[in-house]
Design a binder for this molecule. Sequence first.
Ligand code: BGC
Length: 382
Amino acid sequence: MKKVFKSSLVFAVVLSAFLTGCSQKPGSSANVTPEQKTAASESSGSAAKKKEVVIGFSIGTMKQERWQREVKMAQKYADDHGFKLIVQSCEEDAAKQVQQVEGMLTQGIDALLISAQDSESSGVIVEKAHQAGVKVIAYDRLVRNGDLDYYITFDNVKVGELQAKMLTDRYPKGNYIWVLGGPEDNNAHLLKQGQESILKPFIDKGDINIVIQQWAKGWNPEEALKIAENGLTKVKNDVVAVVASNDGTAGGVIQALESQGLAGKVGVSGQDAEIAALQRIVEGKQTGTVYKPTQVLNQTAMDLAYALATKDEAKIKELDSGNFKNGHIGKVNNGPKDVTSLLMDVQTVTKENVLDTVVKDGYQKLEDIYKNVPKDQWPKTK
Ligand code: BGC
């Protein structure tokens, strides 16, 4: 990944949006029903009456808690700004995602946000959108092989580094199981890059030995469970840590550890700050997670999509690059081009800093995180 620290005038909107987004409270965290997953959501407001603005939001999966929350946030943004939002999840079917976007384009959208199910094959979507005069923002997951307009995401290499580091800090020697994410998702490859950069010196020294390294297709927890089981069997349970690439797969891994009486004795990483993972962390079963403030990601992406959809040149021009304290602008190469990208900062969350991170931000509630812990063991809030 090549990063060029250069801001463009157009991308200044991202900066400003990001800065304003940071001061906003996160949206509702309630789940959406399966019916809502593929349903088009309409929002009507007085501002939209002149000419209805329509934005498409195409998602690869709704399985993880984060995507459900982000759809809610996007819907709230659309309600607040009075435009129509079409949300569709392809439920992990890359071909269906192409069809769904075709449908959105036929309906008539003014901008498209896409979280690609398959990073490699989603390039065609950009082509189709451009033919219809619609700009495309890759949301969280990169679209490769297309003339993509923008990419808004977290620093995924950094996520991988933090995942490995939370383990090597506590388990600098011994056998490791390495569960990679979904190979179809570019993010999983960036995570691997970050994880590798931390683990390699330990492996080269002979301090850490990788028992098994495998991709969990579709980020499937069941796959992660099987990989962990195979690794444990291979070395007769002599494992000190498991690199899990997200909280969902960490859940599968911890199930495998539990059935061997090893939960809490073996380190496990994750990412997403899912409620189930945070519960496992305070119960001592998972070492940590990586918190990615998705409310900021969502707000920033929606601000940019709305500015593009309304061709708000004045707004774009009025915004200056300013200070950018919660991430950096760079260029991410997606094959055909270096895409202007916003890479947001991330943070490790362990039992020690749960209060100062996810709780402080209102991302998750203390009473939910500590639900299974006796009340006298809850941390004191100020
Ligand atoms: C996201 C992770 C998520 C995973 C599975 C990745 O692209 O960055 O946050 O856990 O997909 O949905």
